[in-house]
Design a protein around this ligand. Structure first.
Ligand SMILES: [Fe+2]
Length: 157
């Protein structure tokens, strides 16, 4: 059974963002499996993908908010930055030989649930409006076409 299951309540109504949040949840589940099976090599590898992916996701989100002219972009960026600092603190502890995987995973989960349901839902309307102006429907977002594809490719290579 998966450790964390996506729920409709997490949806911000923007398919491309929802899909990225789902991917983060998949990584967290994979990480949990590695921990349950005490596969520390796998855990290390997944943790690094998870962190990389999350950082790319933040940058991607910031670009969407910027394109949409979202007025709360700067405060939202600050929230991302403070979380990146928190991740760096975990990385440092890990380099010092501390076992941080489980704790980081738990924090990431709690933080994301909170962030998705509050901060991310706040940019929803302006970003949807911007995507509609560019005629990027939910289906097009999922198919990863056009303007959005270029943006996805910029951050997720
Ligand atoms: Fe965000």
């Amino acid at each position: 059974m998966a450790y964390w299951v996506w729920e409709e309540a997490f949806s911000v109504g923007i398919a491309v963002i929802d899909n990225q949040h789902k991917r983060i949840i998949d990584y967290i589940n994979e990480l949990n499996n590695a921990l349950v099976y005490r596969d520390s090599e796998k855990a290390k590898a997944v943790l690094s993908y998870l962190v990389d992916y999350t950082l790319s996701h933040f940058s991607f989100e910031e670009s969407l908010m910027q394109e949409a002219g979202y007025t709360m972009l700067e405060p939202h960026k600050k929230v991302h930055e403070s979380f990146i600092k928190r991740i760096d603190f975990f990385k440092e502890r890990s380099l010092n030989g501390e076992e941080i995987t489980r704790q980081l995973m738990n924090e990431l989960q709690i933080w994301l649930i909170n962030h998705i349901q509050h901060d991310d839902k706040d940019y929803k309307d302006v970003v949807i409006e911007m995507l509609e102006k560019k005629q990027i429907s939910a289906a097009k977002q999922t198919a990863n076409e056009g303007w959005l594809k270029t943006l996805v490719d910029t951050f997720f290579k």
